[in-house]
Design a protein around this ligand. Structure first.
Ligand code: ZN
Length: 216
């Protein structure tokens, strides 16, 4: 993979979208300088960056809509550190052990159009980083039923919740019974999607659920 990246870099150089340094779509220095998410989110949701920061917004857009899959690796390395920090506390305080990693899914229709689920790509990179096997990946448990109207277009909170109600199904129930779960999403805005996913998993018998997102 490293070799392939080197070859690709010779013919198709990548530049940091913020400082224009060669090598990554967003370099480590610019990531470290990006503002952390400060707006209030629920206690069980852990967002990392402030989505309003233009380089973060642009990088997430490139990953989601422009097939810049290398960004999944970049964001996974940042998420991984944060997850381990939280896991250290959670495993002691709340007996949060052997969690399952679940990406927020996209509908079949979206997957056909886009060809991939950016959140699943991030999860696969997280598993590669997780050499000590702190968690395992299950990307076939939480299923998105149908395409919902984009949440950001719905202004009213109640309408947002109604839009999402029943939007997820669980497959392979036995795999999540009494299991701790880490939900992963790229962006959380109102937390409505994560809350709907949590509710669905809880009804299906999951134990404790926490979520990590790249931005808020
Ligand atoms: Zn940079």
């Amino acid at each position: 993979m490293y070799f392939l990246n080197t070859i690709l870099d010779i013919f198709f150089p990548i530049y940091c979208l913020s400082c224009h340094k060669r090598g990554e779509y967003i370099c480590l220095k610019c990531l470290l300088e990006s503002p952390q998410a400060e707006r209030e989110s629920e206690k069980w949701i852990h967002p990392i960056y402030d989505y309003r920061h233009p380089p973060i917004k642009k990088a997430l857009w490139l990953l989601k809509y422009s097939g810049k899959k290398r960004l999944a690796q970049t964001f996974a390395s940042i998420l991984y550190e944060r997850i381990l920090e939280e896991l250290a506390d959670l495993s002691i305080m709340e007996n949060f052990r052997k969690p399952i990693l679940i990406p927020i899914p996209i509908s079949k229709q979206r997957r056909r159009e886009r060809g991939y689920n950016q959140t699943e790509l991030i999860c696969r990179e997280l598993i590669k980083l997780d050499r000590n096997k702190n968690f395992e990946l299950e990307s076939n448990i939480l299923i998105k039923n149908h395409e919902t109207v984009h949440q950001a277009r719905i202004k009213d909170r109640r309408e947002r919740l109604k839009n999402l109600a029943g939007s997820f199904t669980i497959k392979n129930l036995e795999k999540i019974k009494n299991r701790n779960i880490i939900l992963i999403d790229d962006i959380t805005t109102t937390g409505a999607t994560l809350n709907e996913a949590k509710k669905t998993l809880k009804i299906a018998g999951a134990k404790k659920i926490v979520a990590f997102t790249v931005a808020h």
